[in-house]
Every structure is written in C-alpha cells, then in structure tokens.
Design a protein around this ligand. Sequence first.
Ligand code: IPM
Ligand code: MN
Length: 367
Amino acid sequence: MEKRICVLPGDGIGPEVTAEAVKLLEDVGRRFGHRFDVVYGDVGGSAVDEHGTPLPAETLAACDTSDAVLLGAVGGPKWDREPVERRPETGLLGLRKHLGVYANLRPVKVFAELANASTLKPEVLAGIDLVIVRELTGGLYFGQPRGRQVGPDGVEVVDTLKYTEHEIERILVTAFEIARLRRKAVTSVDKANVLESSRLWREIAERVADRYPDVKLHHVLVDNAAMQLVKKPAQFDVIVTENLFGDILSDEAAMLTGSIGMLPSASLGAGPGLYEPVHGSAPDIAGKGLANPLATFLSVALMLRHSFGLQQEADAVEKAVEWVLRQGWRTADLTGGQPPYLTTTEMGDRVRDAILTGEYEDAKDAV
Ligand code: IPM
Ligand code: MN
C-alpha cells in the first residue's frame, strides 16, 4: 500500500512527538511492506511566525492532496496576545472546518501497567474501555454571531450555540455505528433541562436510536456525566456529545488513563482524516526531550485503522505500546517526574524496536 500523509508538527512539543511518529510510520512500512510518503505543513503559532497566519493556504493544499493528516499540537504563551485571526487555535479550528472532520473519536483505555499513574483508585479504573464521540465542527466554537462590543452597561460579549438537524443527526449516526462494533451502548450527553440545542439533540438521538434497535441509548445530563466519569467510568461504552461538552469531558476522561500523554484522537469526515494527540503543546517542557510520544503513536494506530483499513498494523502499534509499558519503560509524565524515565526519542525507539522485532506479540490485552 502507498499512502501520503501530511504532517503538521505545530508548536511546543508538537515537533518532537510528530518526529517520533514519522519514524514509527517508516518502521511500520518496513515491517509490513507499505510505503508512507510524508509531506509537511505549518500550522498554529509557528505558522504565524513564518507566514503571518496560523493556517496558510499551502498547508490546506498539502492536506487536501494527502490521504490523512497527522497534527502535533498548537498554541503557547508567545501567541496568547495575538488577535483572534492570528491565534494558533484559530488555525486548528479552521483546519477541522476545512477538512469537514465533524466526528472526533477519543478512545479511552486504561493500560494495566499505568493503573497507579492515575489519581483514581485502581478499583474505579477496572474495566474502562470507552470512546468519546465529540461533534467537532459546530456549536459554540463556530456559531455566529460572536464578538464583543460596548453597550449601555459596559462591555457585552456573545458566543452562539447553533446546531442544525443535519449536524446533530450525522454525529449520532457515527456514535451508533461505532457502538454496533463495540458493546452496543450509547450515552448521549446534553443539557436538555436548560438548553434548546440540547432538546433538539435529545429528540434526534431518540429518532436515530429507532434505526438501531440492537443498540441501547441513555441520555445523561452533562453535569451528571462529569460526575459519573470519575465515579463509575466502566459503565460507559460510547459517549456522544456536542463540541464544548466533548472538549471538557475528554480532558476529564484522559485523567482516567493516568496521563493525558496517552490519549489519541481521530477526526473523521468525508475527506482525509485528521489525527492528533489530545494533549496540548506543553510549552513548559518543549524542546527538553520530556514529551510522551505515545498519544501520537496511538493516533497513528487510529490512522492506520480508520483511514487506511490496516487493522493488523494498527494492532501492532497498540500492542507494541502496551508491551513497552509492560517492560516498565516510562516517560517523565508517567513517573510524576521521578527519575528514572526515558526521553521522547528513547521511548519512540523502544516502541519501534518492538514493532520491528515483533517482540510485542506475546502482549496480553489491557485491563
Ligand atoms: C482539543 C483542544 C482544542 C479544542 C483547542 C486547542 C482549540 O483543546 O483538541 O481538545 O478545544 O478543541
Ligand atoms: Mn481540549
């Protein structure tokens, strides 16, 4: 198989973790006989520095002509005072919108070896295997009007939470389709006791559920969902929710795994998929070799599976990550900063070696 991947390293630790992932792709290609061609583009603050915009036209063109996009992270204090059109996050949101990747999948699995890296008790973590399906191109992030003006009572601000029926229905369909391949339970998270958008969301969820009689649907209010996620996280299979709720709940869910450095994501639409670790650009540790590349590696696994249909190769990456953790190898985020720990590149090497040698093959399943 021959595929072209557009890599957007971005800011902070983004370049370090994507560099490891590019080497990973090469080794997966070597082991399984595929060719992955990599092209690069600028996005975020580094693109502002280089081109005066966080999302240059060249970057969009490079993404459009690729089979998938791998992004590191964007943002940092250097660009915090920039006007909105020059903010790194504007570049990321523009990219998601341009690619039309409305379905953001954030699988959360606890690796047995990391159970004690979490702040939660091991008995709470047992059996967690959930995926958050976050609507990614609508809601408060994109609704118009938005802005700031001065009114009779001083400054006034407005953000708009807007969804169309079509936008809600397609993300729910994604969630039900995914649930069918899993434990067949969808939890739809909303705030239907208060918000008009959530009331429509709930109606459509019911309607879609009628087409999936084999899948169970539950509605949970977002405040309760936040509580249930730390109280009894193993109850969830597929959680589907709108953009902002999904943003917040997925950071919370990341902590179940002990480190946000472990959480991958896939964003899917009609065109090339966008794959990114859930963690941010971590400017405080950038350039120090302290970043954990595993969330990016697991994002590559999602790319292999969802964009290229390479199931065996995706499994190999996930198993190799698990195997490396079983050997006791850790990056600093997983030891609470206590030495000994591996650098970003050392961790990358361990995983790649495992893939090339096939050592991971005796790995058992995660908790
Ligand atoms: C994420 C991030 C982004 C978001 C930011 C950087 C705009 O937090 O991918 O979760 O809120 O979507
Ligand atoms: Mn987020």
